[in-house]
Design a protein around this ligand. Structure first.
Ligand code: 2NL
Length: 341
């Protein structure tokens, strides 16, 4: 074989080989193409190499270099084709024909809905919202509010103490004391927030729950203002036809009262919701005790005020006819999504 013949065969082998590699449709097919071209026993490139020793030494050098070039070209083509045939590396497989997931619509929690609605009603009456810390000083939570030194609410069985005079607030009243210290009357504020009691969960209790309190302090504020404002609120919020005030007791108000609305389920004749009384209690209220005003640094001869407190969770149970209060704390989406609007 002459040098020219050998070079021609090598180049033909290169062309044919590259075409066969491109045509291989899967890994086994590619492997048999590789064996046919570069295999040590039956590879066609080997046949060409076997012809090398018969050439003269100059020709052999030229032919050897060409055979090596062809071998390199085939090897890189095999490698490239192998990569192209390999299964895709792990990653998201996208099916563009899959139907889209239904869009999620978020909703506010029923307790938040109640708070927002009440805040909107009182805003029309000149009240703004005040917020404060959930970890409080004992003095703001009890002392400033005229609790006697060993009132049962202060017991460690009822209140979560944090040590060094600190506790988790058991009502939102401390925020109102702070507001009175900071702002001279007239003060008209609404204070929503979470409060804590040392209770375990049961169908009607939770260790943390929302409270909403209101406070109005100015010169010449009387029980008539309390009655007018809270009656108006009850009519607006509950659509209540009938309301009544009953005497009650709180350490921080004097006199104190509970506000009831006529039961909306039975209209006042008596049923399970109103426990046969015809009335449903909605909030506690009263005239701010002079000692509370003085604790906050106000002149109780000059200023008077009224306040109220309610539990938005209980209002939500009533308003949405919930079978138990636990639903408000379970965060079950099937329950919560019913409040999306
Ligand atoms: C209830 C009753 C009430 C207040 C809260 C209050 C706050 C200050 C001064 C005087 Cl700073 N009073 N708050 C007054 C009466 C009742 O809550 O049954 N809450 C769930």
């Amino acid at each position: 074989m002459t040098l020219d013949e050998l070079l021609a065969i090598a180049r033909q082998l290169e062309q044919d080989g590259l075409a066969e590699i491109e045509r291989a449709g899967d890994a086994p097919a590619l492997e048999s193409v590789r064996a046919g071209l570069l295999g040590r026993k039956s590879g066609r490139l080997n046949d060409v190499m076997k012809a090398l020793p018969a050439l003269g030494s100059d020709d052999r050098r030229v032919a050897g270099a060409e055979v090596n070039r062809v071998k390199g070209a085939l090897e890189s083509a095999l490698e490239a084709r192998k990569g192209a045939l390999a299964p895709r590396a792990a990653g998201p497989r996208i099916d563009p024909t899959m139907p889209a997931r239904r869009q999620w619509r978020g909703s506010r929690h029923p307790v938040t809905l109640v708070i927002d609605e009440i805040v909107a009603i009182f805003r029309e009456l000149g009240f703004t919202v005040a917020l404060g810390p959930e970890a409080e000083h004992e003095w703001y939570n009890f002392g400033a509010l005229n609790f006697p030194p060993d009132h049962p609410a202060m017991d460690a069985h009822d209140t979560l103490y944090l040590g060094e005079g600190a506790l988790l607030r058991t009502h939102t009243s401390p925020v109102q004391v702070r507001a009175l210290q900071r702002h001279p009357p007239p003060v008209r504020i609404l204070v929503p927030g979470n409060v804590y009691r040392r209770d375990v969960f049961d169908p009607s209790h939770a260790p943390m729950f929302a409270q909403l309190e209101g406070l109005a302090v100015d010169e010449n504020v009387t029980f008539a203002d309390l009655k007018a404002t809270l009656t108006r609120f009850a009519t607006r919020f509950f659509g209540a036809a009938k309301t009544r005030f009953r005497p009650s007791y709180f350490p921080f108000t004097e006199p104190s009262a509970e506000l009831d609305i006529a039961c909306q389920v039975c209209g006042g004749t008596g049923c399970a919701v109103c426990k046969q009384t015809g009335w449903v209690e909605i909030l506690g209220c009263g005239m701010v005790h002079p000692r509370v005003l003085e604790s906050a640094g106000l002149d109780a001869e000059r200023y008077t005020g009224w306040a109220f407190g309610m539990g938005p969770a209980r209002v939500a149970v009533n308003r949405y006819r919930l079978p138990n209060i636990r639903l408000l704390y379970d965060s079950d989406v099937r329950f919560l999504e019913q409040f999306a609007r």
